[in-house]
Design a protein around this ligand. Structure first.
Ligand code: FMN
Length: 464
């Protein structure tokens, strides 16, 4: 008998602050009105997606000392938006990106548990560690954490949050009117923790939430990031969007799980994916090219070049050839974007491609940045997604549409039914919680752990 086909997981990324989002398209709506969030979330839920995802940025990006106003600028705070969405959706998971470097576990654990209650078990936290000093200037803690410390802090943050989430026994609330007893105080543990990053001594204010622990997502690619995901996360949001890279990443992080006594199915890998759909593959390819031209307008092409070359390139014609200038080796003009480890090597690679293919600056940027992951008819895209999942290059995808708020409409109307017909995607939600959608068990409360969590005793079977 052949093995059952692996099921696809899908999530919807609200378009945001980068040039993937084509805000200048006439069909593009508001990036901030609640109606936009509702449209995308309801579309995802109609498509039986696992979850809706919000990214986070804690400082407006800058280029040459000015706000980078070619892309969408500004975005609201995730947990507030997701709390509102909880009221207008029923089953869809709600994932907030929240930084572990600039927050405190007691407060954030409380807010996430609250979202889990309000949504009846649909909350997720994407634990990011972004540490650059530029962002850090908005916070007392600043940018002082180095890479290793960021992940030490993030892992401790998650462990401490889980201790807080575990600190109320599931049956702590009795609400016995006759006896005049609301809670059993002995069922609410005290969390004690004191280290370099955090001091907590007290009880959580929030009763145990429906999922026990909100789902933990990790996004970050370094060795430390991967190790943190293997030890602590339920889902990885990755950037490894090609089949070969995806397989290598998938094998690498799944292999790390054994070290923490975990099974491969306990960590889902969901790369970011963009797409362009058409009636035929040829039509989709044309549409994909048009979207790329919208995403990389003439000014955006120059802005990309400036980020790599680290110098002012505004004198050059974006529709002309790459000029014969060397990159500045030092950190340059762009703030709030991922740093380039080796600017000279990247620039050399770009130059080689431009010469080989005889490309203009704009064509080169289109060629070298953010090509769509899936381009084709609905049938082609469904087949490709399945190929990734059956081939263990991914457990599913976090889809990043290029339009707000209607960018997922066609995908849900056309691709989802094909995945469902092929028997690799749910036609109905199997249960109410995000853990149900992802096939993740509800964690058993840890009665005692290294944090000195003092939750007194095992559950009383059949106690009233
Ligand atoms: C797919 C992906 C999405 C990310 N999204 C965010 C985000 O929304 N906000 C944020 O502050 N950092 C985000 N990050 C940055 C990571 O949290 C992390 O700081 C960064 O990747 C550097 O860590 P690393 O050295 O482990 O890669 C993202 C990273 C990846 C790979």
């Amino acid at each position: 008998m052949s093995a059952p086909r692996r099921q696809v997981h899908l999530a919807a990324h609200f378009p945001g602050v980068n040039n993937t989002t084509v805000w200048a398209d006439p069909r593009s709506g508001s990036q901030i009105d609640f109606t936009s969030f509702v449209h995308l979330a309801r579309t995802a839920e109609r498509g039986r997606f696992d979850f809706f995802f919000l990214a986070e940025g804690l400082r407006l990006r800058e280029l040459k000392g000015r706000i980078h106003d070619l892309d969408v600028v500004g975005r609201p705070e995730s947990l507030t938006v997701l709390s509102a969405l909880a009221a207008v959706t029923d089953r869809l998971g709600l994932a907030a990106t929240v930084n572990a470097t600039f927050n405190e576990p007691y407060e954030l654990a409380r807010r996430l548990a609250t979202l889990d209650h309000l949504s009846e078990g649909r909350a997720a936290w994407n634990v990011v560690t972004t540490s650059d000093a530029f962002t850090g200037e908005n916070f007392r803690r600043g940018g002082f954490l180095d890479r290793a410390d960021r992940y030490t802090r993030a892992a401790e943050f998650v462990r401490l949050s889980r201790a807080l989430w575990d600190s109320w026994r599931p049956d702590a609330i009795v609400a016995d009117q006759a006896a005049g007893v609301f809670v059993r105080p002995q069922d609410i543990g005290t969390v004690r923790h004191d280290d370099r990053h955090f001091t907590v001594e007290g009880r959580s204010t929030v009763p145990r939430s429906p999922q026990g622990h909100p789902v933990i997502i990790q996004a970050g690619d370094s060795d430390e990031g991967r190790e943190f995901a293997a030890s602590s996360a339920d889902v990885i949001f990755s950037r490894h969007g090609t089949l070969e890279e995806g397989k290598a990443f998938y094998a690498d992080v799944k292999r790390r799980l054994a070290r923490y006594g975990r099974e491969p199915h306990e960590l889902k890998i969901m790369p970011a994916a963009t797409f362009a759909l058409g009636g035929t593959d040829a039509e989709a390819a044309e549409k994909a090219a048009e979207i790329r031209r919208q995403q990389v307008g003439p000014q955006t092409a120059i802005a990309f070049l400036e980020q790599i070359w680290g110098r002012d390139m505004s004198a050059y014609d974006p529709e002309g050839p790459l000029p014969d200038v060397d990159p500045e080796p030092e950190e340059g003009l762009s703030q709030g974007r991922v740093r380039l480890a080796d600017r000279t090597a990247v620039a050399a690679k770009w130059r080689a491609v431009a010469e080989e293919k005889n490309l203009t600056i704009r064509e080169l940027v289109i060629e070298m940045t953010g090509r769509q992951s899936f381009v084709g008819s609905a049938a082609t895209v469904a087949r490709r997604i399945e190929e990734f999942v059956q081939g263990e290059a991914a457990d599913g995808f976090i889809l990043v549409p290029h339009l707000t708020p209607g960018g997922l409409d066609d995908f849900v109307e056309e691709v989802v039914p094909i995945l469902q017909e092929r028997g690799v995607f749910r036609t109905e939600y199997a249960g109410p919680t995000l853990r149900d959608h992802l096939g993740l068990a509800v964690p058993r409360p840890a009665l005692r752990d290294h944090l000195g969590l003092a939750v007194p005793r095992p559950a009383r079977e059949g106690a009233s």
